[in-house]
Design a protein around this ligand. Structure first.
Ligand SMILES: NC(=O)c1ccc[n+]([C@@H]2O[C@H](COP(=O)([O-])OP(=O)(O)OC[C@H]3O[C@@H](n4cnc5c(N)ncnc54)[C@H](OP(=O)(O)O)[C@@H]3O)[C@@H](O)[C@H]2O)c1
Length: 237
């Protein structure tokens, strides 16, 4: 398969790139970090080609990704997380998070969509954070809630073209993104576990790839409670 991955220079995206390459697939690894990209293409010279890409740069993203054709799978994993300090509420923080998690992702879709053929798979990496009103997650959680809505609408609108849209909602995964967290991360999984769960879900064409299963199931149940209960529960975290 020919697979394009954004966020391939670190964490979940990098592990996916390595695992797909090791299995013999052709991977286009995208990210800003040139050293990490070089490391990947050195490790898998026949299977990984590196693409320097900053998805906040609209013009370059559209021009660069618009050149890729005949992709079987596109995995949009690039993302950032910033937590809100409620005592210095700041719109700029939301702009930074949305610029990557929403507008950056949308630019990738805009560039790639015209060349995606029937049967190709578009995989958007969201988060289980979208399911509950977690403390300090106003920006990150809402960006992932928006991603989920966009994906669900795309599932409707792209079905006629035969393009399969899938979402990934990880719980806590041990990556550089979460290494800075100063709180307990229940049921955290390794990046290898995450890659396996995602690759399995992609292979089975699952619409919603949520893992670890128990953590995801628990949050999905809680997300169906009345809003006041959800807030009361989240206050305890
Ligand atoms: N780790 C978790 O617990 C967890 C849980 C739920 C969801 N997720 C989601 O999973 C995805 C991957 O997260 P991770 O934990 O693997 O994070 P990570 O290790 O910090 O990796 C983030 C990736 O995003 C890329 N990126 C950030 N800004 C970018 C930009 N402007 N242009 C292009 N690429 C950019 C980074 O590449 P460069 O710096 O090279 O550009 C890097 O490859 C994210 O969407 C995240 O929200 C993670």
């Amino acid at each position: 398969m020919k697979i394009l991955i954004t966020g391939a220079t670190s964490g979940i995206g990098e592990q996916l790139a390595r695992d797909y390459a090791a299995a013999g697939h052709q991977v286009i690894a995208c990210g800003r970090n040139k050293t990490a990209l070089q490391r990947l293409s050195d490790a898998y010279p026949h299977n990984i080609s590196a693409q320097v890409l900053d998805i906040t740069d609209a013009e370059t993203t559209l021009a660069t990704l618009g050149n890729y054709q005949q992709l079987d799978v596109v995995i949009l994993s690039a993302g950032v997380c910033e937590y809100v300090d409620i005592d210095s509420f700041n719109t700029a923080l939301f702009e930074r998070v949305y610029e990557v998690n929403i507008f950056g992702m949308l630019r990738c879709i805009e560039a790639l969509l015209p060349n995606l053929l029937a049967g190709s798979q578009l995989v958007l990496v969201g988060s289980t954070a979208r399911l509950l009103p977690f403390t300090r997650a106003e920006a990150y959680g809402s960006s992932k809630a928006a991603l989920q809505y966009i994906a669900r609408s795309l599932q409707v609108d792209l079905s006629g073209r035969g393009i399969i849209v899938q979402t990934v909602s990880p719980g806590f995964v041990e990556t550089p993104m979460t290494a800075v967290n100063d709180f307990a991360m229940p049921m955290a999984v390794t990046v290898e576990f995450a890659s396996q769960a995602i690759r399995k879900g992609i292979a089975k064409k699952h619409t919603d790839i949520t893992f670890p299963r128990l953590f995801g199931a628990l949050l999905k149940v809680l997300s169906r409670l009345p809003q006041a209960w959800q807030v009361a529960i989240s206050k305890r975290f």
